[in-house]
Design a protein around this ligand. Structure first.
Ligand code: SF4
Length: 439
């Protein structure tokens, strides 16, 4: 096989993990046809830019990436969320070869065929059972659905991605099984709304290993839990059915980790966002979840400076944060998004005030994180290794999702490899990270 003759595709993948999964699907298809990934502009026959159009800064970043790819290579295919605004793309780069929207895999692959035809070679037509992945081999995102049925006013995802469209649970489980068989140690379940999974299919049964399994979050998580990998749930909307998943965490079937975006705690702001608005009930539920599963690590994201957010609303949010003692917290300053309903709301918060609230929020959440991590000292924890450097190994515990949460540093431990699972005693803690020694 003459690898040098294989056509090469460069890829720039911007945006969220969901966009990353789209990129992986496209590359898997191209890989099966003999294309290779190119690490440089010069070496690529064509460059694929998978864009994000979620907020203004992401649009700008995407447009900048397109400009750069055009300047450096000149043969550019654009896809992803910003693809729905072809006019904006053609304004900065009139000669891009093709523009498509999110998850239009077939059209993207066709555009690549047009730009640089595939080689039909039985040797390079092969691709491993795990597909081509942009994430390290030992963890993988598992996309269970597209779209969302909610209409949060700050968000345009339902307009871009459409209403909820779930994959039958048997399909998802077969993909997960292939991933685990090919060495994946951690499966990260993603979607726009994981707790609504299956609603659009009426929770229909789907075949898995010769048995019917209901397409819903509980049965998906339960079956994934049998595959022998870590299973982590992301983007879980706070519906009542979340409680069932906590039972699976308590039973050790899936990781006791819940990523549940609350966005705010003030009923006024939540109502204006068109989100569920019962912060007290949320606190009661968190308490209940901790009763059922004391080890649970809860991650959430919030928006500060939403239009109409008063100082009182913001203090309600800080009080909630103090009471809820969440383990991991992300916070965004509100930004207008082209086409979002929130843009037209009255009383936008000025930029200085937004920044100051964000700083106050982050200071409190950092204090909480620091106090909680102090309690880890002396504990024995499983650590999944992500990276080994000359200084030592870097990994994560069940409480940390890759890229967004903290790390565990095993200084001086260099004889491990990515994907190893080790037991470590925690010896030191910081604001977000831990340090440990192998047992
Ligand atoms: S639930 Fe999430 S994806 Fe759906 S509209 Fe709200 S913020 Fe957007």
């Amino acid at each position: 096989m003459d690898k040098k003759t294989a056509p090469k595709v460069g890829i720039i993948s911007l945006g969220c993990p969901k966009a990353l999964v789209d990129s992986e699907r496209i590359l898997t298809k191209l890989g099966a046809e003999g294309y290779e990934i190119s690490e440089s502009y010069e070496d690529a026959n064509v460059v694929l830019v998978n864009t994000c159009g979620f907020i203004d800064s992401a649009r700008e970043e995407s447009l900048e990436a397109i400009r750069e790819a055009m300047a450096e290579n000149g043969r550019v295919i654009v896809t992803g969320c910003l693809g729905i605004d072809e006019g904006a793309i053609r304004e900065v780069a009139p000669n891009v070869l093709s523009v498509t929207g999110p998850h239009q895999y077939e059209q993207v692959v066709e555009a690549v065929h047009d730009a640089v035809p595939p080689l039909h070679d039985p040797f390079i037509d092969l691709v491993g059972p795990e597909g081509m992945k942009l994430t390290p081999r030992h963890y993988s995102y598992l996309k269970i659905s597209e779209g969302c049925n909610h209409h949060c006013k700050f968000c345009i995802i339902p307009d871009i991605r459409g209403p909820l469209a779930s994959r039958p649970v048997g399909d998802v489980l077969r993909e997960a099984e292939r991933l685990v068989d090919s060495g994946v140690k951690e499966l990260l379940v993603i979607s726009q709304d994981t707790s609504a999974y299956g609603l659009d299919l009426n929770y229909a049964n789907s075949d898995w290993r010769g048995n019917p399994v209901k397409t819903d979050m509980y049965n998906l998580a339960n079956s994934l839990g049998d595959l022998g990998a870590w299973v982590r749930l992301h983007y879980v909307y706070p519906y009542p059915n979340v409680d069932n998943a906590i039972e699976l965490m308590a039973d050790g079937k899936i990781l006791p980790y819940l990523d549940i975006p609350f966005q705010h705690a003030s009923p006024n702001v939540l109502k204006s966002m068109a989100r569920p608005a019962h912060a007290e009930k949320v606190l009661e539920r968190i308490e209940k979840w901790r009763d059922i599963c004391p080890d649970i690590a809860i991650r959430s994201t919030f928006i500060v400076g939403y239009p109409g957010e008063t100082e009182d609303d913001f203090e309600t949010l800080l009080d909630f944060l103090e009471d809820a003692q969440l383990d991991r917290v992300g916070c965004f300053q509100y930004e207008n998004i082209d086409g979002a309903q929130a843009n037209t709301l009255p009383d936008h918060v000025d930029a200085d005030e937004k920044l100051s609230r964000w700083e106050r929020f982050m200071e409190m959440s950092q204090d909480i994180s620091e106090r909680k991590l102090l309690d880890r000292i002396g504990q024995s924890m499983d650590v999944l290794i992500d990276e080994v450097t000359e200084q030592g190994s870097i990994g994560r515990t069940y409480a940390d999702s890759p890229e967004i949460d903290g790390n565990v540093y095993l200084d001086g431990v260099t004889d491990l490899k990515a994907g190893d699972m080790v037991k470590a005693t925690i010896t030191k803690s910081g604001a977000y990270d831990l340090w440990g020694e192998i047992e």
